[in-house]
Design a protein around this ligand. Structure first.
Ligand SMILES: Nc1nc2c(ncn2[C@@H]2O[C@H](COP(=O)(O)OP(=O)(O)OP(=O)(O)O)[C@@H](O)[C@H]2O)c(=O)[nH]1
Ligand SMILES: [Mg+2]
Length: 361
């Protein structure tokens, strides 16, 4: 799963990327010519708690890949135009975090001269809509020539129907993520990866002095930016960066000075995970406590398959207890006594936070 960090120039993308790489890095960050890539851990207080209880040799968090895509063309007139290379890169991301500048910084002023959250959100959305429209235009040209050949005619006809529907939505300045996609559209979605169909997390990168007002600021923006696959969250990239350099014991104190109880970045990562339609289940033991990533709606056998293909092929049953029940009981033995530990078959739909033990052949 890969999430792209995008945003207008000087919005704090690289600051966020570096901070994430600092604190949550799983493997070393890759600095390529066109993008910075890092695999980062998804913070999970439940896993921390389980680790405390089992005291295992190893703790393994769920991870997601974060990409700081480089390639926004700068310059006064083209300050918001994306290079085709940039768009190609973002197309391969599963979701997008859009960093919007809401902080003041005289050394690197906002390219537009002033902060305006809504304006910047819309600017980027418009650019993405234009990019999708340009893509469709190319498709229509191709499909038109396909229509002339008897061999490809039927297929082209079907695709044109879908592309027309997408085109109409985009022409009305609506992102594709607002569409309920039909089954016959899924393969096009997968192949073409339109930018405006991707889940979007809008991170408002605010001033340190905005902590207490941040809820209100987000709520206000939410009134104008609606949609099921959009989240709006506050971010304080500068605080986070400073925080990431502190020893653990000083972090709480530092956060409380700003009136923060939880790192907004942790929240952001969890929301990103959720937005992707992902959830975690846990495996626990003295060797290892681990969070595994599965798509919401996956059954026990599929979940077992994420651990090992053998577990999928030779799946017998899963012992399952919910995180809360486990916490209430305290140990797996007590879970058994209380009847919290259930034996489930392969069709069981895994819930977020389930603790699983797979029985296999
Ligand atoms: N005060 C303040 N400054 C910030 C914050 N985030 C970033 N900056 C500063 O703003 C400038 C731009 O930040 P970057 O992280 O480089 O922004 P970017 O989006 O990667 O910029 P480009 O890649 O050049 O488009 C840097 O000087 C940062 O130190 C913030 O939350 N508060
Ligand atoms: Mg940058």
């Amino acid at each position: 799963m890969q999430i792209g960090i995008v945003g207008l120039p000087f919005s704090g993308k690289t600051t966020l990327f570096r901070t994430l790489a600092n604190i949550h890095l799983e493997t070393s960050a890759l600095h390529k010519k066109d993008a910075n890539i890092a695999t980062v851990k998804v913070p999970d207080a439940r896993l921390d708690k389980l680790t405390e209880m089992f005291n295992p040799k190893k703790k393994v968090n769920a991870t997601i890949e974060i990409v700081d895509v480089i390639g926004i063309q700068k310059g006064s007139s083209a300050s918001t135009a994306f290079s085709s290379h940039f768009l190609t890169k973002v197309r391969t991301n599963d979701a997008i975090i859009h960093i919007v500048r809401g902080f003041d910084n005289e050394e690197t002023p906002h390219p537009e001269g002033s902060n305006d959250l809504l304006r910047d959100i819309r600017t980027l959305e418009e650019e993405f809509i234009l990019a999708d429209l340009a893509f469709l235009e190319g498709r229509f040209d191709k499909l038109e020539s396909d229509m002339k050949k008897p061999k490809s005619r039927e297929e082209a006809e079907a695709e044109i129907e879908v592309m027309k529907r997408w085109n109409e939505i985009l022409q009305s300045e609506t992102p594709l993520r607002e569409l309920e996609f039909h089954n016959d559209e899924q393969k096009f979605l997968k192949n073409y990866q339109p930018l405006t169909a991707k889940p979007l997390l809008i991170a408002l990168n605010l001033n340190e002095s905005d902590v207490s007002a941040s809820k209100e600021i987000c709520a206000k923006i939410s009134q104008s930016i609606k949609g099921t696959k959009v989240r709006i969250e506050p971010l304080f990239a500068k605080i986070e960066m400073e925080l990431s350099g502190l020893p653990d014991e000083d972090k709480e104190m530092f956060m409380s000075e700003y009136g923060l109880t939880e790192s907004p970045l942790n929240r952001l990562l969890r929301h990103a995970y959720d937005l992707l339609g992902l959830q975690s289940f846990f495996t626990v033991g003295e060797d290892e406590c681990r969070a595994w990533t599965v798509k919401k709606g996956m059954n026990a056998q599929q979940a077992a398959g994420t651990i090992h293909t053998d577990f999928f092929n030779k799946f017998i049953r899963a012992e399952v207890v919910g995180y809360k029940e486990f916490l209430a009981a305290g140990t797996l033995v007590k879970c058994k006594e209380k009847g919290f530990l259930k034996l489930e078959g392969k069709e069981y739909i895994v819930k977020d936070g389930d603790i699983l033990n797979i029985r296999h052949g």
